[in-house]
Ligand binder design. Sequence first.
Ligand code: COA
Length: 329
Amino acid sequence: MSTGECSVILGVGSFVPSKVVDNAELSKKVDTSDEWIQSRTGIQQRHFADDQESTSDLALGAARNAISNAGISTDLIDLVVVATITPDMAFPSTACQLQHKLGLGKVASFDLEAACSGFLYALDVADAMLASGRYRHALVVGAEKMSSIMDWKDRTTCVLFGDGAGAVVLGRKGKGPQLLGFQSGADGANPTLLYQPAGGSKAPASKNSIENREHFLRMNGREIFKSAVRVMEMASRQLLAAHDIDPAEVDHVIPHQANVRIVESLANRLELPIDKFFCNLERHGNTSAASIPLALDEATRLGILKPGQLGLMVAFGAGLTWSATLVRF
Ligand code: COA
């Protein structure tokens, strides 16, 4: 919902690792095909980080671009929030690694975990912290090295994901897209629809957990598909209704980039033409918390988002979590 005047996006940036793996190359090591992946998901290729690149390195590239595009001195940033499910380490946070790598001051820095909804959750949280008056400029990042938790023996999941990062600099005043409101929610009733079984306190790392490949992502794809469409429509409609905006008034939707068929179903349910939806998942796959800022940055650089137009960003993810954000470009 709206909390009165929200923050402004002063700059946006993204970063993807240089290694690109297309479906044909993937088919050499996984029992799959370009035809299957494209027809079921719309994905053609994805970027993968190398062994030396961790999530904070991807976040660093995106953050540098966002700060440069914001045109502000790093001295002014006093809050760092990183949304990720693939942190460099369980702790300390990837945000702390990023703060140090960027050479920021000793400013508040923490990770936020809401899976693929993480970036929009982080915007919601950072906006509220800025609104409190205790922080002036926030660096909000979605960054993932999904390849670090993908099971190459599970063809139903390993073809779907990619690595990357996107970031924004938020401020209370200034030139740039104006955030208008947020709608975040969660339903923790079915955690095993999409999860990483081992490595946490419930099932710490053990010889068995590794043998059973429990440190990799697992997913019930069909159920997630159905839930994704339902909760993204719900969050979008609730947020638009709270602002007395008809869905038809939205100029651009930047959805979480998981599957083009999910995006098409959402467009149908919202009764919006598909050309209002910005998609780049064919080149990146599902980059989880990085997907929306990666898409936002690409759409910005392409000049698609005209000043004065209305944008809706909407995501779903493990949890289940969902989140929607309205923005006036
Ligand atoms: N290559 C070739 N065949 C594959 C395959 C692959 N990579 N993965 C699965 N298959 C096979 C299955 O074994 C199955 O074969 P069968 O009919 O002989 O048993 C068949 O394809 C259909 O599998 P199914 O799981 O029913 O496919 P689907 O149409 O539901 O598509 C997903 C699977 C994962 C693409 C789809 O369910 C999806 O996108 N779900 C949402 C996932 C998502 O967005 N996750 C991220 C959340 S943030």
